[in-house]
Structures are given as C-alpha cells and as structure tokens.
Ligand binder design. Sequence first.
Ligand SMILES: Nc1ccn([C@@H]2O[C@H](COP(=O)(O)O)[C@@H](O)[C@H]2O)c(=O)n1
Length: 300
Amino acid sequence: MIPELSNGSVLMKDPQRVQEILQSMLKAGSNTLQVISDFDMTLTRFSYNGKRCPTCHNILDNSKTISNECRLKLDLRILSCLLQLDHLLETYYPIEIDTSRSVEEKLPLMVEWWTKAHDLLVEQKIKKDELAQAVRESDAMLREGYELFFDRLHEQSIPLLIFSAGIGDILEEVIRQANVFHPNVKVISNYMDFDEFGMLRAFKGELIHIYNKREGALFNTGHFKELRSKPNVLLMGDSLGDLDMADGVQDMKNILKIGYLNDKVEERKQSYLDSYDIVLVNDESLEIPNAVLHYLTSNK
Ligand SMILES: Nc1ccn([C@@H]2O[C@H](COP(=O)(O)O)[C@@H](O)[C@H]2O)c(=O)n1
C-alpha cells in the first residue's frame, strides 16, 4: 500500500478495493492514464490560516481592482452589484452543502445562483484586461504540492482535464500565474464572452453548474474520443456532482476517485465514503494525489 494512505486525513470505506484498483492501474501502465479534476476547492485551497480562500467567482466578487474602479467612478449601481454577489454566496452556498436536501431540490436553486451571479458580473462591465490583476491581488491559492502535481503530469505526458463549474478565464489565469498551465492541461468550464472593447457581455455556451457535469462531459465527447487509449482514470473532486465528470470516458477500465471533504465533515462523511474511494478530510495539500501518481508512474 502507498504509505501516505495511512495519514490521519485519509478515510477509505474499502482499502482492499483501493489497493486492487491501484494494482490494476499500475499494471496497465501510466501511458493508459488520464486525470480528471474539479478546480475550486479541489486543486485550490479551501482555507488558509483559518480564512476561507476564494472560488473563481469570489475572486471577481472580492476584486479590489474592479471595486476600486467602481468607487472611483462613484458608480453606486455597480457597488450594489458587488454587495449582491456577496449576498448570493451567503444565501446559496449553505444550500449547496446542505445534506438534508436532495439533488432534485437543490438543482433549480443552483441554476438560479449561477444565473444571478453571471447576470450581475455582466452588469459590472468587467474588462478582459482586469482579470489578471484581480487574480494577482486575490487570496486564491493552489493546494500545497501543486508544482509536483502539474509538473509530473506534464513530464509523464498524462492528460489533465480540469472540469469546473467556476469561470474558465479566471481558472486559466490562476494556473498561468502559477506557471503550471502546461500543454497537457485542457479546461472545460464557463467562459466569458467579451465584446470588441474587451467588455464582458455574456457567458459562452451552456451553463456548467455543480449538478450538470455529466451533460458537460457528454457534450465534450470529442475530447474523450481523443483519449481513447487512456481508459484508466484518476478523478478528483470536492462535491458529489464531481463524480459525473468522467461520464464521457470511452471504454473505461479503472477509475480511482479521490474526494476532498472540506466542510460540514460529520454530516457529509458517510455519503463521501459511499461515493469516493479515498476521502481526504480537511487536507489542504495534494500529498495524496501526488503519492498515487508517484506510485502509478514509478515503473515507467
Ligand atoms: N456564483 C457562484 C457560483 C458558484 N460558486 C462556487 O464555485 C464552485 C464551482 O466550481 P468547481 O470548480 O468546484 O466546479 C462551487 O462549488 C460553488 O461553491 C461561487 O463561489 N459563486
């Protein structure tokens, strides 16, 4: 067994099954492996020094660049938008992680959250060239060990699909500024549509939220067809909706699912143990995915 799997933050319902999946994937070889990962709160930290870290959406909500400009212009309408975005987070995030509500009950409310937030962002007239500074000034942080994670996947030519219900333009900027946006990384997410003056006017394509990643995966069959020779999947997520991210994979042989349980641990522990092979509780690092990748690529 991988020694790191004995860490205190690691929970497994069936360690024997994890061992079998790992052995089967090792035998198949790392040239048959692809990684599919969620972004917010999976590749990025959930908290740092006791303070919540921002999601892609929050980076814009909290942006000093954007809000300072609004203040300078004394544009109260835009300032009120920023307050409304904060209010949306306070209203809808507790619903997202509420274990007493079913997915069916939450789904329309999640669509409502994403739609209202995107409408408010469009109202703010965000400029494309403000995004890099908003990310630079933000508290967004990739999890500890991210260089090793991204660099090893790149060196070993293992494709990494980042499948996010966040904002693709922001997510790309975060990994670009961290110097890990390597050519083996592909992103499926919500992308901004800018007008000819570089002003945000809409979001492109179908909305991706936390409960429709299956549709998103099936819509992107082209990507998965290209990876037909890679039927072994390491999946990483932080919500139960992330479990659908590999639904487009062609002729899957093995899948190892690693789930970060960041919040409401006691209420959600059992459902995570029932759904993910490895559950990482309050773990702000990529130590376990890195140990798994080290194991799977060690005999190449
Ligand atoms: N207006 C919004 C909508 C969603 N979020 C959070 O973003 C996360 C989605 O991104 P993934 O990379 O995890 O797919 C989701 O968990 C929401 O909490 C937000 O902050 N603001």
